[in-house]
Ligand binder design. Structure first.
Ligand code: DGJ
Length: 723
């Protein structure tokens, strides 16, 4: 049992792997956080004096004096808005009378084995009921009749705790939820820096690290999507910690819509972390008897640094978030038509790609944008999901590609609509819009109102008629703009605050229906590259296109940043024709991800073809190591060195692949690279010259790479195997 309740002290200890979260029912039935961090056995915090009561003036209390418990100074586990805690709170409700004073206190709890799913939302899961335990704490706000349930799941053998919440209106009047966090976390000090992953189209998930200050430091999306700009993830690293040492906390939000997450440091130097919907774009009218569920946050703590935190997320998301056939099955090595042909293709051209690709050892052809409606450019046809018959005969194309021994994939952008489409002509009101207000175009397209069930049904049926017409093996799900003029003719005015979230619920519903109807299809998410690279999407699609930027040098920052939270097996990475480096560097960098090609294979030189065949062999040779191995970021780009280096080590520590890329010319330099994660007592043979070293030597003394190629933008791979 990873969750213990001590009845006499009214304390819960949730232990997940090597981490513990301790919560207690405290004064006036408020819940407080006693501890979150390294594993501890305690369930008795009765001698706990959290703050000096002397400084409690100006702090509202329920005890009638100043030397006492106050809501504003104690680490309330799930604080309510407007009743004494002036910090960022977890929930705000507007009562039928119009006020927003909300006050939830403990009323009951239950502990059970396993982990519940969250209705309509993506979430991590337990593979067996013995893998995790769940605690549900119910808190009540007597005035509104709101019954709030905090749901915690602790995983036994991995340092992961999930938090989510749901709220039932048990009162007699409707109320409006104006803010509803998935999780609140309290830490008793502020000696941390916050890491977040920022970016833009073509430059996603850059690493940023800033010390906490006495203020709110947060990230936000207002886009109706997780977005390119900020990934829904933050980490707190204690001062002095490194890639492989020190207290590190990760907070990852399993949601793909607008969100807000961040940290507040209060005047007692303690830190509160909240994760949830973006309250600027969220409200929900809850009538008596109705229930509303939040998405979940995945919390990871380790005392072994940022690298170990990442490895925990990689393992956890690979085994407890990603689902379906391709959770375990080998992913096909693909070639995608986008950078090879853009909209300019027909059946013969695609078959010629497939023929060349087959010869190179590639396993799947993906037909990207341009196969439907009358789409010859990005100005038309989104929403018309029927085959553009003067370009291709889909059945014949699929038959011919399969006949060559390749799988076949197809592209969709299901949540979008072009003005120039039959769907728009038939249903101009089906896109998000505000009557009388000019409509923003973005890539010449509008966003469908996914909150309307008839819209989701229509797109589902259109997709099914194509997906059922022939054997499709893969589907790339794109999303090339964000939401504006978020209005719906189907929602009453008092429900308009629900639209951003209802949009996501509609999208998740469609993804769920497609993946359920076609479980054999490998789904890859995409949003103008990596604009929706989030755990919510990973629940439906085991891989996500990481970026439209396929330049291998630019990709280094993108892939290193992505690896902070997401496993290599989820990172769509392809070799393209971009000019900056040789094919070898492109291959070495793309090998980190799902691997594939994004080029016209009929335009390759013989030398390139020979290299591609080697890369294909490398893909198979290192597949298990990269897919199931542990990643070590030996020299990340944010260290500002002239080279970067990363390493994959197999779970049994018998194999390791090390890759370095020199980003700026390094001259006459001695370079010893200290490896990580090996077994010091094992001996390893180097694939380059057959030399044998002990794991101890490679880790503590270092691999001498002084003689490796060190010109501008050159790469180098070394493989070690136990002897
Ligand atoms: C954006 C994606 O990121 C590209 O890979 C490609 O699929 C285009 N959309 C197609 O419009």
């Amino acid at each position: 049992m990873s969750i213990i309740y001590n009845e006499s002290t009214r304390t819960f200890n949730l232990t997940a792997g090597d981490s513990s979260l301790c919560i207690g029912v405290f004064s006036h039935e408020y819940l407080v956080t006693y501890h979150y961090g390294k594993k501890i056995p305690d369930t008795d915090f009765s001698s706990y004096e959290y703050y000096s009561p002397r400084t409690a003036s100006f702090n509202p209390t329920r005890d009638g004096s100043t030397n006492c418990f106050t809501m504003d100074t104690y680490p309330l586990e799930y604080p309510s808005f407007g009743t004494g805690d002036y910090r960022r709170t977890g929930i705000r409700i507007r009562a039928a009378e119009g006020n927003t004073a909300t006050d939830f206190r403990y009323s009951s709890h239950r502990i059970y084995k396993g982990k519940p799913s969250i209705p309509g939302l993506p979430a991590t899961y337990a593979n067996t009921d013995d893998e995790a335990d769940t605690l549900e704490i119910t808190m009540t706000d007597t005035v509104t009749g709101g019954e709030l349930c905090l749901v915690y799941t602790a995983f036994n053998s991995i340092n992961a705790i999930t938090k989510s919440a749901y709220l039932k209106n048990c009162g007699s009047k409707p109320f409006v939820i104006e803010d509803f966090c998935s999780s609140v976390t309290n830490l008793s000090s502020c000696d941390f820096s916050m890491i977040n992953l920022y970016g833009k189209h073509n430059s996603e998930r850059n690493f940023s690290k800033n010390p906490l200050t006495h203020n709110r430091q947060s990230i936000i999306s207002r886009r109706g999507a997780s977005g390119h700009e900020q990934n829904p993830f933050i980490a707190l690293v204690r001062d002095g910690s490194t890639e492989e040492t020190g207290d590190t906390y990760g907070f990852s939000f399993v949601y793909s819509g607008s969100y807000e997450m961040g940290c507040d440091v209060d005047y007692y130097d303690s830190t509160r972390i909240t994760v949830g919907f973006n309250p600027e774009q969220f409200s929900w009218l809850l009538s008596p008897g109705e229930v509303f569920y939040t998405p979940e946050t995945v919390h990871v703590y380790t005392d072994k640094g940022l690298g170990e935190m990442s490895r925990i997320y990689h393992r956890f998301y690979s085994s407890n978030l990603i689902r379906g056939r391709y959770k375990t099955e080998k992913r096909p090595l693909l070639i995608n038509s986008w950078e090879a042909a853009y909209f300019d293709f027909d059946e013969e051209k695609l078959v010629s790609f497939a023929r060349e690709a087959k010869d190179l050892g590639i396993e799947m052809l993906v037909m990207d944008d341009g196969w439907f409606g009358h789409r010859d450019n990005d100005r038309s046809s989104l929403g018309d999901w029927f085959v553009y018959e003067s370009k291709i005969n889909l059945q014949s194309l699929v038959r011919r590609v399969h006949g060559l021994g390749l799988k076949f994939g197809i592209w969709y952008e299901p949540e979008m609509i072009s003005e120039d489409s039959l769907l728009y002509k038939a249903h101009p009101g089906w896109c998000l819009h505000v009557d009388g207000r000019e409509h923003c175009e973005c890539r010449h397209q509008y966003v469908l109102d996914m909150s309307r069930p008839e819209v989701v049904d229509n797109i589902f049926e259109q997709m099914c008629s194509v997906l059922s017409s022939c054997e499709i093996d893969y589907l790339k799900w794109d999303f090339n703009r964000n939401l504006t003029e978020v209005g719906s003719t189907a929602l009453s005015p008092e429900r308009h605050g629900e639209l951003y979230h209802r949009f996501m619920l509609g999208t998740y519903d469609l993804m769920d229906r497609i993946t359920t109807a076609y479980p054999h299809i490998l789904l890859e998410n995409c949003s103008g590259g990596g604009g929706r690279f989030d755990p919510g999407m990973l629940y439906y699609s085991p891989q996500i296109w990481a970026s439209d930027n396929t330049d291998p040098i630019e990709r280094l920052a993108i892939q290193f940043g992505t690896s902070i939270c997401y496993p290599a097996s989820s990172m769509g990475a392809h070799v393209s024709f971009c000019q900056r480096t040789g094919f070898d560097v492109k291959g070495d960098v793309a090998l980190w991800g799902t691997f594939g090609y994004e080029l016209d294979p009929t335009r390759l030189t013989e030398a390139d073809k020979a290299l591609i065949k080697e890369q294909v062999a490398d893909y198979h040779r290192y597949y298990d190591l990269i897919r199931y191995g542990d990643l070590y970021r030996l020299i990340p780009p944010w260290d500002g060195e002239r080279r970067v280096a990363w390493e994959f080590v197999s779970p049994d520590r018998s194999k390791a692949l090390i890759t370095t890329v020199t980003t700026r010319y390094v001259t006459m330099e001695r370079f010893f690279l200290r490896l990580r994660g090996l077994d010091p007592n094992k001996s390893y043979r180097n694939s380059i010259d057959g030399k044998i070293f002990s794991g101890a030597f490679l880790m503590y003394s270092g691999l001498n790479l002084s003689f490796m190629p060190c010109g501008d933008m050159q790469s180098y791979k070394v493989y070690f195997e136990e002897v």
